[in-house]
Design a protein around this ligand. Structure first.
Ligand SMILES: C[S@@+](CC[C@H](N)C(=O)[O-])C[C@H]1O[C@@H](n2cnc3c(N)ncnc32)[C@H](O)[C@@H]1O
Length: 191
């Protein structure tokens, strides 16, 4: 199981956003939707052994965390609006501190990065980290930032975590996920 978590520093925590304005009013939710798609989609297949967490830190009711589970996920198609629509539905249900399902394979709860870090041994995907190709055994969980750098608060929470780079240049978060998948695919297939 590969776990990916993306911190959406401005991402809206209410489902009232407009699917046509995800980069604006929804706090760069478009970035998070692309990360969901990069986590799961192959050309004609779907990666079932992946979980993608979105940590939403924007107004009006942060923090909230969504979990997309490849094993059970339905109704996701490879366009940003499809992921956006599932996020809107998740943000419309009553929620508590435990994950509750909104649509098959999509769950939501109150809480943010601190809670998530207690549950899984996340490493940090960071362009300044150790070259992924120099690491013998890769972690099974990674946290990324959205279009912004991690905040000082995030950095404090992540200070003891392994930092791993997938290449020398700063990439968009969804592209970093694709490159990470490629590294793992190569190792798993012995390519
Ligand atoms: C757009 S970047 C965040 C802002 C970025 N530091 C910048 O200068 O534009 C999005 C996230 O993708 C991940 N990322 C980007 N490039 C990476 C790389 N070369 N290796 C590992 N992770 C990377 C990191 O988690 C990063 O926070």
């Amino acid at each position: 199981m590969l776990r990916l978590a993306v911190v959406g520093h401005l991402a809206r925590t209410s489902g009232d956003f407009n699917l046509s304005d995800m980069p604006g009013g929804a706090g760069r939710m478009d970035v998070l939707c692309r990360c969901v798609n990069a986590s799961f989609f192959l050309s004609h297949e779907f990666r079932r052994d992946v979980e993608c967490y979105l940590v939403l830190l924007g107004g009006p009711d942060s923090p909230k965390t969504l979990r997309f589970s490849g094993e059970h996920l339905r109704y996701l198609s490879p366009d940003e609006r499809s992921a956006g629509s599932l996020i809107k539905k998740a943000l419309a249900i009553p929620l508590g501190e435990e994950f509750r399902e909104s649509t098959p394979g999509v769950q939501v709860r109150r809480g943010g990065l601190a809670e998530l870090l207690e549950e899984h041994p996340f490493a940090v995907l960071d362009e300044g980290g150790t070259d992924v190709r120099k690491i013998a055994t890769l972690p099974e969980a990674y946290v990324l930032s959205d279009h912004l750098d991690f905040t000082s608060g995030d950095m404090e929470l992540l200070s003891t975590r392994e930092r791993i780079s997938v290449g020398p240049l700063p990439l968009h978060a969804d592209h970093a996920i694709t490159v990470l998948h490629n590294e793992i695919d190569r190792r798993r297939s012995g390519w």
